[in-house]
Design a protein around this ligand. Structure first.
Ligand code: ANZ
Ligand code: ZN
Length: 873
């Protein structure tokens, strides 16, 4: 019987079915695509979290739910969606947490892992739980070490003594990317400078390619700009200034060679070799001057680059006693030493043009140095500030009248022709500092041999004594030690463990020592998207045995015939190249915008290297990247000290995960984040409760008839409403406007409840559209319904996403045919709201057909609402 009344099945009780469905989905492998056989692969990747707190934060949950909603739509649209998850558990974040709670990070890792995975399962993401990975798993970091070795062999890893950023609180070096506004990215402590031997990756070799490829990426403009700025390409020239009375030059890098006539002094950095020569008494110099310079240089070296170059910091400097010659006009100009000029950029020296450079202007004003205007432009106010805009050259000899920047080429040609300087390109990007003096990371797989060093031998010529660990000896296991806390001496805790570092030289077999530093966390996460598809890291042949030799050996992708020192080198990867071709690059990457320059740049670099070394077929790992917004609480940033941190578990316990998910997605566009309020989540819970009632106990169960679904009956409005909602929800999810998709469902709900219940087809479609947001309750009703009919339902999440038909979209106006004696004479458009307003419609229609009526007496007017007005005359 079709119209039997379905009795209320149960009240809305998420606790009664959420856990059940988690288990069911996992055991039925509902969300585990077969990587080998997929026809329509869709790699839906969300950034994996650092397990560096008691548990998952609501911000993590927001990000993961948002990525999951998208993946669920794609799955229902017929894609084989692969949505893997893991833990970025190695590194300073987790180690700092371990320090805080006073637990060995290795012991803590398993506890965090269980907790995080349990929480992530609870929030109902459609993750393939058969393919998790953890960066601290030896099965994983064996390959992080392999990656390091590939870079080393390719000449892209090197060791050098360098002045590096040192965080006195985290007691480790930091890469430039990890220093934000002179402070440690992690703990906010002001960073110091130290001279230490460190490992670097030559990311600068890839600067131009990293820059050029940005154009090809489907990423938000904001993130692209951040990367472009970080790479910081500068085009200009290097110009030579000779020093008066000395047979020496100072080379300066400038992006504004056109302002050369306005250069009124030269500034060198305190680290410049000219300063070193002064201090070493290579040139005659007054004793008092020497003291002054010494003092200044010492102080300057203590400041970080950010402090030195900040526009708002007062400039300091000292006159060197030397003069240089402006090569274009022969003027004698003083050479100053000032720390706003950095040693690591360009040539470490500049020509100062105070009229047109803000920092030079401040410096000239402070020390009473001349200011000569050479660019005349709109709004120029040289008396008050530097003019940095475009304009026409003045006070510039034969260059007068040239238009800047249009005529820059002419200036450069002229300088090159006269031997004053050469075109030059600089990048702000620095090499990636990869070593960390910490415990919790993958040991850098390198060995140093004193014997080989003294014979000046090494695997790479520029690094005598250094060898990479043989591939068959990977991983270099991180030992579980009691004294794992950072020492703050510039050495890693492993440096106190001879049983770890004593080894033999891979080359000569003599006693040798291992590197005791570990690698940066950002190396772990630079390739994890390849880890997920690697069977031996995750998936069926995963083997996390702690004994290195029992780890599987990798997949040979080609035998290199090229003999290297008599050893045949095999090209081995942990991933199967066929699966790599099929699944990569990542189809959709979703994560936080705070990774714009760190993780996202390192991953791009590593992908390019792997591609160049023929280990993969792609060079850009994330064809499209979407940056989600952040969640705040009651208008304020969440923080422990304010006590306003939202712990998802409590809300899940109280309302169920569906409510929390749908509420989070309703807060605003996914790119914007939103403000979490307890009153809001209450409201969402009530909404889902009502939806549950409507969909699970509706009285009518018939479908629309064929004619109804094509409009024309009393149900045409219902059909239109349904199609309109399908269209809206589909497009909004595609565009990450989850909030308006949910609003459309609310609107449809209101409409349906005014109809005294939903028809079967409406219920089906409503459930499907809601499924990406509320996966549990929709699955529950979907299955209850099938059970009540003794049918096998299958998962709603694998059902086909409803399609909409343009021609069924709700018309807001209706076309009414106007007839005279049954003959069609005209048409008129009537808005939905006016359909019943017979009087108004008759009046308008009369006007349209007056010439047909032509004075005859109207006997009768027949009106069929929304269709016909007929005048019988
Ligand atoms: C003269 C000049 C005139 C400059 C003018 C600017 C404006 P970007 O774009 O960052 O590459 N500079 C060069 N090397 C420097 C260093 N080691 N430390 C601090 N400043 C340095 O900036 C290049 C400009 O920054 C260069 O162009 C130089 O100042 C300065 F109206 O030279 B310019
Ligand atoms: Zn040796």
């Amino acid at each position: 019987m079709q119209n039997s009344k379905n009795k209320t099945k149960s009240d809305f009780n998420p606790q009664g079915f959420e856990a059940k469905w988690q288990r069911e989905w996992e055991s039925a492998r509902t969300f585990s695509p077969n990587l080998e056989n997929s026809n329509k692969p869709f790699y839906n990747l969300m950034m994996f979290p650092y397990p560096s707190a008691e548990g998952l934060h609501v911000g993590n949950m927001y990000a993961q739910t948002g990525a999951d909603v998208y993946g669920r739509l794609k799955r229902m649209q017929g894609f084989d969606v692969f949505e893997p998850m893991g833990l970025d558990g190695f590194g300073i974040h987790s180690e700092n947490y371990a320090l805080k709670i006073g637990k060995n990070p290795m012991d803590q890792a398993q506890i965090s892992q269980d907790r995080f995975y349990k929480q992530m399962k609870a929030i109902g993401t459609s993750i393939d739980w058969s393919r998790t990975l953890e960066t601290y798993d030896p099965a994983y970091y064996k390959w992080t070490q392999w990656l390091f070795i590939q870079l080393f062999k390719a000449g892209l890893a090197y060791r050098k003594k360098a002045e590096v950023n040192w965080c006195p609180s985290c007691k480790t070096v930091l890469s430039d990317e990890q220093v934000i506004d002179t402070k440690c990215e992690r703990c906010g402590t002001v960073v110091e400078k130290r001279d230490l031997e460190q490992w670097f990756f030559r990311i600068t070799n890839y600067a131009e390619r990293l820059l050029q490829n940005i154009e090809k990426l489907d990423w938000s403009e904001k993130v692209k700009i951040a990367q472009r700025n970080w790479i910081g390409k500068s085009e200009g020239a290097v110009l030579k200034f000779s020093i008066v009375d000395l047979d020496r030059f100072i080379k300066v890098f400038t992006t504004r060679p056109d302002t050369l006539f306005g250069a009124t002094f030269v500034v060198v950095s305190p680290e410049h070799e000219v300063v070193a020569s002064l201090l070493n008494l290579k040139f005659k110099i007054q004793n008092s001057k020497l003291k002054e310079i010494e003092k200044y240089v010492k102080k300057a070296k203590e400041r970080t680059d950010q402090e030195r170059t900040a526009e708002d910091k007062e400039k300091t400097g000292v006159f060197s006693g030397l003069y240089a010659v402006n090569p274009v006009n022969g003027e004698k100009i003083p050479v100053w030493i000032a720390d706003y000029v950095l040693t690591g950029y360009g040539t470490g020296a500049i020509m100062a043009v105070p009229a047109h450079d803000t920092r030079d202007y401040a410096f000239a004003k402070k020390y009473g140095l001349p200011i000569i205007e050479v660019i005349k432009g709109k709004g120029s106010r040289i008396q008050e500030e530097a003019y940095v805009g475009d304009g026409v050259l003045v006070n510039s000899g034969e260059w007068n009248g040239l238009n800047m920047p249009v005529d820059m080429g002419k200036v450069l040609d002229n300088l090159e022709k006269n031997g004053i300087g050469e075109r030059s390109v600089n990048y702000h990007l620095r090499d990636w500092l990869i070593s960390r003096q910490r415990y919790w990371g993958p040991p850098i797989p390198m060995v140093y041999c004193e014997t080989c060093f003294s014979q000046n031998k090494g695997e790479k010529e520029e690094m005598p004594g250094w060898y990479s660990v043989k591939l068959q000896d990977l991983p270099v296991l991180l030992p579980n030690v009691a004294d794992w806390k950072p020492l703050g001496t510039g050495k890693s805790p492993l440096a106190n463990h001879p049983e770890f570092y004593e080894t033999v030289c891979p080359e000569c077999g003599n006693k040798a020592v291992r590197e005791t530093d570990v690698s940066d966390t950002f190396l772990d996460s630079s390739w994890y998207f390849l880890g997920y598809i690697s069977d031996q890291i995750t998936g069926k042949t995963k083997n996390s045995a702690i004994s290195g030799n029992s780890l599987s050996k990798g997949i040979k992708i080609e035998q290199e015939s090229k003999e290297e020192k008599g050893i045949v080198d095999e090209k081995i990867t942990p991933w199967d190249p066929v699966i790599e071709q099929k699944w990569l690059p990542v189809t959709r990457y979703i994560g936080g915008a705070e990774h714009s320059v760190l993780h996202l740049l390192y991953s791009r670099f590593v992908s390019m290297v792997l591609h160049d070394l023929k280990f993969t077929h792609f060079e850009e790992p994330f064809s499209s990247f979407f940056a989600h917004g952040l969640i705040i609480k009651d208008g304020a940033k969440m923080s422990k000290s304010k006590g306003n941190v939202v712990v998802p578990d409590e809300y899940i316990k109280k309302y169920g995960a569906d409510t929390l998910r749908t509420y989070l997605m309703f807060l605003g566009p996914f790119s914007e984040g939103g403000d979490f309020r307890d009153s809001g989540i209450e409201g969402m819970h009530r909404f889902l409760k009502r939806v549950w009632k409507l969909l699970s106990e509706s009285s009518e169960s018939q479908r629309f008839t064929e004619s109804e679904s094509h409009g024309g009956s009393e149900n045409s409005e219902r059909v239109g409403m349904m199609h309109k909602t399908i269209k809206k929800v589909t497009e909004d999810i595609e565009g990450f406007k989850y909030n308006t998709a949910i609003a459309a469902l609310m609107e449809w709900y209101n409409f349906l409840s005014a109809q005294k219940g939903a028809l079967q087809e409406e219920r089906r479609v409503f459930l499907q559209l809601l499924a990406p947001f509320a996966p549990y309750m929709t699955e529950e009703i979907w299955n209850q319904e099938a059970r009540s009919k003794n049918q096998e339902a299958g998962s709603i999440h694998l059902s086909a996403w409803p399609a909409y038909d343009e021609k069924n979209l709700v018309a807001d106006t209706f076309t009414v045919v106007v007839q005279v004696n049954g003959k069609r004479r005209a048409e008129m458009n009537v808005p939905r709201a006016e359909l019943e307003n017979k009087q108004m419609i008759e009046q308008q229609a009369t006007g349209l057909v007056s010439k047909y009526i032509d004075g005859s007496a109207v006997k009768k007017v027949v009106y069929v609402p929304g269709k016909i007005v007929n005048f019988v005359v």
